[in-house]
Design a protein around this ligand. Structure first.
Ligand code: AMP
Ligand code: ZN
Length: 454
């Protein structure tokens, strides 16, 4: 059987992955808070864990793998959006979940087997909070239930940081009712416009961290295989999940492997809603960038490294995929290439797998190229975007006259005008290739859009 090695954040080492039970491999990934369209950064973990899901299915058999990814559909950001727009919470969350699934499917990600929504697990969260109070790991103060960090000697294992650093380095909310500033909310009171449920501590709503612990417990039990998410979640979210789950169920070990993707960045900063430096997956699709291209670009950097999104990467990916699609047309896939499987099994080395695909393409091994593509969620026969589009005569004439204008401008040394025409053509997805003798030729790319010609 193929050996899978994964970098485990818990041990800070690459380790061989062996599931607790081969016939029941369980992976849980923290999903989105649903109040707005997913940005490209949010798509990174979705694509990364989709690759891991595909690998686990390949190695252990699809029927033996369960992938759960939650929807956080109760959160103060959702409440704020509801107040700001006058729309109901359920309207907002339903709409956002539909958007999310549509957008992520455009990136050829498989739906997880389970997509639990936090609001359907409130009773389990209340039960877990009660259990923690009874065991002396949580206390009630001013209508809140708080996890007592000092009752948990292992607190901090995952992030491996000293307690003082944790307080200094993150937004730990200081509140008078907390015994220790690191204590976190399991339950908090709701009033007026905020949604809530009846509980032993009054009308209220759960804190964020408890929801994942409760859903994991419900579907996977006390010990399971893989827990994933972006590395921005390590502290406090994942640290707190471990603390409350292990204190509630001391016999269990919670996740064996913790896998974290690095951040998608914009000019060296994490792409995030709060920094307002984001664009959504839908923005890219609306700009005519095929989902398959977005996926390829995301796979071209190892998940453990920060990455930037650049126009050059988009162009290169588009050209490569067009070439590969043309190569595998009318081809039947071979069995999966062993080198591809080795690469992906080696801590999800997707850049290595793509490099291997380049080799396969170069050597004409098109059947292996196709099976590799299908394994990685690329080169599906349902993709049609890459067909060369044949412009009609009106368009051709228009482009020709623009090219002639540009040539004339160059002859007149009006380079500003020449450049303007070139960028007008580029905006419409047409590349201008200059030829010897001052003439130029138009190349219609896959993102060619006659509407944009003006
Ligand atoms: P959120 O809805 O903010 O809780 O995020 C959903 C998922 O997206 C989590 O797994 C985050 O770690 C991940 N995430 C958020 N921002 C980025 C980013 N810029 N790059 C990669 N992953 C991110
Ligand atoms: Zn979570």
């Amino acid at each position: 059987m193929t050996q899978i090695r994964l970098y485990n954040s818990k041990t800070r080492r690459k380790e061989e992955f062996t599931p607790l039970k081969k016939e029941n491999v369980r992976m849980y990934v923290c999903g989105p808070t649903v109040y707005d369209r997913a940005h490209l950064g949010n798509a990174r973990p979705v694509v990364v864990f989709d690759i891991l899901f595909r690998l686990l299915r390949e190695v252990f058999g699809a029927e033996n793998v369960t992938y759960a990814r939650n929807f956080t559909d109760i959160d103060d950001k959702i409440n704020a959006r509801s107040l700001a727009t006058g729309r109901s919470i359920s309207e907002i969350t339903e709409e956002t979940i539909t958007w999310y699934l549509d957008d992520m499917r455009e990136l050829s990600t498989l739906d997880p087997n389970l997509m639990p929504r936090a609001t359907l697990y409130i009773s389990q969260m209340i039960e877990m909070s009660n259990n923690l109070i009874k065991k002396g790991h949580a206390y009630v103060a001013e209508g809140h239930v708080l996890f007592d960090v000092d009752s948990c000697p292992d607190y901090g294992v995952l992030s491996g940081r000293a307690i003082e650093d944790m307080i200094a380095g993150s937004r730990v909310e200081i509140a008078p009712y907390k015994r220790n500033p690191l204590d976190f909310v399991l339950w908090k009171p709701s009033s007026g416009e905020t949604p809530g449920w009846e509980s032993p501590w009054g009308f209220g709503r759960p804190g964020w961290h408890i929801e994942c612990s409760a859903m994991v417990q419900e579907h996977f039990g006390e010990s399971f295989d893989i827990h994933g998410g972006g590395n921005d979640l390590i502290f406090p979210h994942h640290e707190n999940e471990i603390a409350q789950s292990k204190c509630a169920h001391p016999g269990g070990s919670f996740a064996q492997f913790w896998i974290h993707n690095e951040m998608l960045q914009v000019e060296g900063k994490k792409m995030s809603k709060s920094l307002d430096n984001f664009f959504t997956v839908r923005d890219l699709l609306n700009d005519g960038i095929p989902g398959e291209v977005v996926r390829f670009v995301l796979l071209s950097t190892h998940y453990g490294k920060p990455m930037d999104w650049t126009q050059k990467k988009v162009r290169d990916a588009t050209l490569t995929l067009r070439k590969w699609h043309a190569l595998v047309e009318n081809v039947s896939p071979a069995l999966l290439d062993d080198v591809i499987l080795q690469n992906v099994s080696n801590d999800l080395n997707t850049p290595g797998a793509l490099a291997r695909m380049h080799e396969l393409a170069k050597s004409g091994s098109v059947e292996l190229l196709l099976s590799a593509g299908q394994f990685l969620g690329l080169l599906s026969p349902d993709e049609h975007w890459w067909f060369p589009k044949e412009p009609d005569n009106t368009v051709k004439n228009k482009v020709e006259s623009l090219l002639a204008l540009r040539t004339k401008a160059k002859v007149n040394r009006d380079f500003l005008k020449a450049d303007l025409i070139r960028s007008q053509l580029l905006d419409a997805g047409i590349e201008v290739v200059d030829q010897p003798g001052g003439l130029s030729r138009a190349v219609f790319s896959s993102v060619f859009d006659p509407e944009k010609l003006g």
